[in-house]
Design a binder for this molecule. Structure first.
Ligand code: ADP
Ligand code: ZN
Ligand code: ZN
Length: 733
């Protein structure tokens, strides 16, 4: 406890410096939130230690306000350790915790709007539908215009028109703080089978004994992992602890929320990026005061001001969305484990396809391993087979019966036969192709010109739905040229995205009812939920989608999964390509045959003997993992080695090169550490910035961070250059 009048160090969100000194005007603890001013602007910070600036007393400003809220000393240590690990400053880590601007403000009076559900539905447009979904994601609470724009991603004019048409009604504008206080009970408990019981008991022992532990809950899709960790959540919650259930954004489905509610008797407090400012504030405060002790949320829920946290579950722990890449580079799973270690409580990682990092930790005995081998209730695993495309050439299809214009197809006769059978039996099929849009390459038939984005070094994809070329990096759209801009000849569309597959399906199965599922069509959670409902009620026969299909959903009548191009991920330059391909195909395969009927999975490939595909067909995950981990071991790649990527960006190419030369000359000498580069990044240009990369490699035990820090301290980064440090990079573009 620091007495009023003490000079303390206050950590501020996102300052380069590790804190400034202020004088307390009331008693405070380490971790207490305070308001201070920097250059006359107010900031919220936390008391981080005793003041050590040595400034004369009259130069030290008073704290403006001491809040009755604080975070624990262990969490302050977490901020410091996370900073040491990720090379973010402690202030940048604190910014993740304070990323709720309204948490410390008195509620403002502002104009709010409610959604008028009686309004004429015939006036629905895509934008208005997104506004509707934004309300739905926030329990139809009134929202400010800023909220509507931020959550629905629509412009102010859309909102104005909806107000004018009576689709949005202005409502009383007092913005009060709501308390979310749900009473949970264990009403929906199920009888666990033997395997599930054994896993749940092992976690229960760790919870009861207290202390830090990590368990991998390793079970195939449908084996009941959710049931097991619900049991663990209840165990921790019912003894007064707080519980965080983390999941990837797209796994946070209505189906999941319903399951939670029927188990615990009340809906979960849900945390993700599409909440209103008021709701974010209310949840933040609820967690701060200990009113909210259980949250289901995405990666950023880890940064809520948790009190007495007693369990974190990381569902789909292998999912790459746990890695944050813009505002700091941290891995949500790893930072959850770090938080648990410092505060001494258990973590459960759940997955059907654990990451190799996690498997390595299991192998060396650092994590416990709880295995669920069979699907609950004896549902059969689908039969997985490859289709050798060298022998099963897709038939062409006719796009225009008048001209007889034919296009090359992508669906082999074997897959088409299987689709036909499924349709006859009134079952459902899913076609998976991890490529958005219609055609990924738009090229001149004569001179070879290819449409590329002027700001990014990649080709632009033709999207039929919007009738334009779209850059998948920066989102720029341009109209489709009817002639080659270089030589004036015709252009052709090459390769297939999901819109083209849908076209082929419509020609080959004219009666099939289809839906496209990608980030272009599933612009909000509501849109995804509507697709799920149409699928469940049998309004759809075939869904065609990208990886967002691979997660979470459970369609009892889905009996066929066709992977249009199983080779797509096999030959990337990223050393994780085989792992990610395996995980993705394995997860997709897990969608089939979840009900009473057995499922079938067909992988179209030109490489039927590729070890990844063979392992998937044999259902032999561990064999694949071991083979891939051996390869990583000999290449000294993670988890057997460590990496830090240094990405240097600048709009001016020659300044970039010059600075990278300087960096290369300043590389410190450290045994066991290699610094490679600079090389031109795979995406050399992104949003107009040129990019170069260095890669720092070391063995599993070497501490790369101090070396990178030393290296960076030797150079002065010019103002027009950005240097990004990425510890444990997942993305090598
Ligand atoms: P996973 O999370 O491993 O994919 P789920 O927990 O979703 O598996 O379980 C798959 C299905 O089996 C769900 O519909 C679930 O309700 C059911 N189920 C699993 N275990 C049990 C159990 N012990 N009693 C009743 N139903 C169960
Ligand atoms: Zn041309
Ligand atoms: Zn671009």
């Amino acid at each position: 406890m620091f007495k009023s009048g003490t000079v303390v160090k206050v950590l501020l969100p996102n300052v380069v410096n590790s804190g400034y000194d202020y004088r307390l005007i009331a008693d405070a603890d380490l971790g207490t939130f305070v308001r201070v001013t920097v250059m006359n602007r107010p900031y919220i910070g936390v008391v981080f230690g005793i003041g050590d600036s040595g400034l004369p007393a009259d130069k030290i400003k008073n704290v403006q306000r001491v809040f009755p809220w604080k975070i624990s000393v262990a969490d302050l240590q977490w901020i410091q350790k996370m900073s040491d690990w990720t090379l973010m400053t402690p202030g940048a880590v604190l910014r993740l915790i304070l990323n709720v601007p309204d948490a410390f403000c008195e509620p403002r009076t502002e104009q709010l709007y409610s959604y008028n559900f009686d309004a004429n539905k015939s006036k629905m447009t895509e934008n208005r539908q997104m506004v509707f979904d934004a309300f739905e994601m926030n329990d139809n609470e009134p929202m400010s215009i800023t909220d509507i724009q931020n959550i629905a991603h629509v412009g102010a004019s859309v909102v104005r028109t909806m107000v004018a048409r009576g689709m949005l009604n202005p409502v009383a504008s007092r913005n009060i703080v709501r308390t979310f206080k749900y009473e949970y009970s264990d009403i929906g408990t199920v009888e666990l089978n033997k395997e599930q019981r054994a896993a749940a008991d092992a976690i229960a022992r760790d919870i009861t004994n207290g202390g830090f532990s990590v368990n991998l809950l390793d079970g195939i899709t449908g084996s009941g992992k959710t049931q097991v960790y619900f049991d663990s959540a209840w165990r921790a919650y019912s003894t007064g602890k707080s519980v965080l259930l983390m999941m990837p954004e797209i796994a946070l489905t209505a189906q999941f929320i319903k399951r939670f509610e029927s188990r615990f008797g009340a809906p979960p407090v849900v945390w993700h990026s599409n909440l209103t400012a008021a709701r974010r504030r209310d949840i933040w405060r609820g967690v701060m005061c200990g009113d909210i002790r259980m949250v289901v949320g995405t990666r950023s829920a880890l940064f809520l001001p948790w009190q007495n946290l007693g369990l974190i579950v990381v569902d789909e722990e292998h999912d790459s969305s746990y890695k944050q890449e813009d505002m700091g580079n941290y891995h949500g799973r790893d930072m959850a484990i770090l938080r648990a270690k410092l505060s001494d409580f258990p973590v459960v990682l759940a997955s059907a396809t654990p990451s190799e990092e996690t498997m390595r930790n299991v192998e060396i005995g650092r994590f416990g391993h709880l295995i669920l081998k069979s699907r609950y209730g004896g549902a059969e695993l689908p039969k997985i087979e490859t289709i050798d495309m060298r022998e099963n050439k897709p038939a062409e299809y006719c796009v225009n019966s008048e001209t007889g214009d034919m296009k090359p197809g992508y669906l082999s006769p074997m897959l088409c036969d299987a689709i036909g059978e499924v349709l006859n039996k009134h079952q459902q099929a899913m076609l998976f192709i991890n490529r958005r849009g219609f055609a990924p390459i738009v090229q001149c038939k004569k001179c070879g010109w290819v449409a590329t984005c002027p700001d990014c070094s990649i080709g632009m994809t033709y999207h039929k739905k919007i009738g334009k070329l779209l850059c998948h990096i920066c989102g720029r759209t341009v109209s489709l040229p009817d002639k080659c801009p270089d030589c004036g000849n015709d252009v052709s569309m090459r390769g297939a995205g999901l819109e083209k597959i849908e076209e082929e399906v419509h020609v080959k199965f004219p009666h099939a009812r289809t839906a496209l599922v990608s980030s272009d069509t599933m612009v909000s959670r509501g849109a995804l939920e509507r697709m799920v409902m149409r699928m469940e009620s049998g309004e759809l026969d075939i869904i065609i989608g990208t990886q967002i299909l691979a997660k979470g959903h459970h369609f009892p009548n889905l009996t066929l999964v066709g992977v249009v191009d199983a080779d797509m991920g096999l030959f990337g330059t990223d050393f994780r390509a085989p792992e990610h391909t395996f995980q993705q195909l394995f997860q997709v395969a897990g969608r089939a045959g979840r009900g009473a009927m057995p499922g079938r999975v067909m992988l179209q490939t030109y490489q039927p003997t590729h070890p990844v595909l063979v392992a998937i067909c044999n259902g032999n995950r561990d064999e694949f993992l071991h083979a891939d981990m051996d390869a990583r071991k000999s290449a000294k790649m993670p988890p057997f080695g460590q990496l830090v990527a240094v990405i240097v960006e600048c709009k001016n190419e020659s300044k970039l090169k010059k600075f990278c030369d300087e960096l290369a000359q300043s590389v410190p000498n450290a045994s066991g550490v290699r610094i490679m580069g600079p090389i031109v990044a795979q995406m050399y240009q992104v949003r107009g910035f040129y990019r170069m990369r260095f890669l720092v490699c070391g063995d599993a035990r070497s501490a790369l961070q101090p070396i990178v820090k030393l290296w960076m301290s030797r150079v002065n980064v010019p103002a027009n250059i950005r240097v990004k440090l990425d510890v444990g990079p997942q993305n090598f573009m």
